[in-house]
Design a binder for this molecule. Structure first.
Ligand code: 5AD
Ligand code: FES
Length: 351
């Protein structure tokens, strides 16, 4: 049976994650590219990203906009600013607006619902929310307002590791992101999740379990990217790594393996070639992701004056480019690969 048709076991997934032979890895990448082509086609869907607010109440050990980082100048966009981004998304023929923020308690649920409703009435865009862990009633309110999709990475399926890198702040509930993904599914959202690759303390076995969980959760969208050290965070100096040979490296090469395996495990999911990957290889990271299983890119629409303040990790690609520059750049990159720019909303569940 070909690699594309096999139901990979956990041991086989670990084997691929540990694979070093360039020749064998070409087999993996070719299989992933073949499945991508057969199942989601040549279209690359563009999702315009708006970084709505960098306020955050969490203390995630890896993230540059964590509450404890006093050096960050905080901002929250106005509804008018977001609507202007939505108009741009439509003008650039993007199918989706992704609204992302830190876990900002100042984003009042009714205000967000109203914003979603206005975007859905004024444009043909699908709306994806990525606003962190929120109460079920809020998720329901936003779904009723017309939100189509929700992204919440579970970051790692290893509970002990998750708890280490997500210290609870006083008065906060214990995170259960898997439960929230279930709630999102029941509410009728298309559901996206994902992990960071090379978190200090992440073993090959636990990363294989993450991939197994992508399959189990039947995710509609899967976003993965390398962990990038942010100097102003507890994990900024590398954190507590496992012994060499046990620790997953946070490299570009490892990221491609995970993208390819995610495609084999969830053949019809929407999988972005992420900005974190483009950050490690600005010249061709996005293209390599797209040729090894990915079928989505997320051009940044955040007004340039806010962009540098949404520094979840340093050196982020496209920090100074305008929305127009990213639109042109990505379309050209997609065309130069012989792929097509997606038309329509590009959802997994056809409506
Ligand atoms: N390096 C790489 N990815 C990061 N994220 C947050 N901080 C970092 C970092 N230092 C990712 C997390 C989060 C997403 C929005 O960005 O996976 O879910
Ligand atoms: Fe932003 Fe290329 S995608 S400049």
């Amino acid at each position: 049976m070909s690699l594309a048709e096999r139901n990979l076991t956990r041991d086989e997934i670990v084997g691929w994650l540990r694979e070093e032979s360039a020749e064998r890895l070409e087999e993996l990448f070719a299989a992933a590219d073949g499945v991508r082509q057969a199942r989601v086609g040549e279209e690359v869907h563009l999702r315009g990203l708006v970084e709505l607010s960098n306020y955050c109440r969490r203390q995630c050990g890896y993230c540059g906009i964590r509450a404890g980082n006093g050096a960050v100048e905080r901002y929250r966009m106005t509804a008018e600013e977001v609507l202007a981004c939505a108009d741009k998304a439509q003008a650039f023929r993007y199918g989706t607006l992704v609204i992302q923020a830190g876990e900002d308690p100042g984003l009042e649920a009714g205000w967000v619902a109203d914003l979603v409703r206005r975007i859905k009435t004024q444009t043909r865009l699908a709306v994806t929310l990525s606003l962190g862990e929120r109460a079920d009633e809020e998720l329901r309110l936003w779904r009723d307002a017309g939100a189509d999709r929700y992204l919440l990475r579970f970051e790692t399926s290893d509970r002990a590791l998750f708890d280490r890198i997500h210290p609870p702040a006083p008065g906060q509930s214990v995170s259960d992101r898997i439960a929230q993904l279930g709630a999102l599914r029941r509410l009728g959202y298309e559901v996206g999740s994902g992990v960071m690759i090379g978190i200090p303390g992440q073993s090959f076995e636990s990363l294989a379990d993450d991939l197994g969980l992508f399959r189990e959760l039947d995710l509609d969208m899967i976003g993965v990217g390398p962990f990038i050290e942010h100097p102003a965070t507890p994990l900024g100096s590398g954190g507590e790594r496992l012994a060499p040979g046990a620790q997953v490296p946070n490299t570009e090469a490892m990221t491609y393996k995970v993208v390819a395996l995610a495609r084999l495990l969830r053949p019809d999911a929407n999988i972005p070639s992420t900005t974190a990957l483009a950050t490690l290889n600005k010249k061709s990271g996005r293209e390599l992701g797209l040729s090894r299983g990915a079928n989505v890119v997320m051009p940044n629409l955040t007004p340039v004056r806010h962009r540098a303040k949404y520094e979840i990790y340093p050196g982020k690609a496209c920090i100074n480019e305008t929305a127009e520059a990213c639109a042109g750049c990505l379309e050209a990159r997609i065309r130069s690969m012989g792929r097509k720019v997606g038309v329509g909303q590009g959802g997994r569940r056809k409506v």
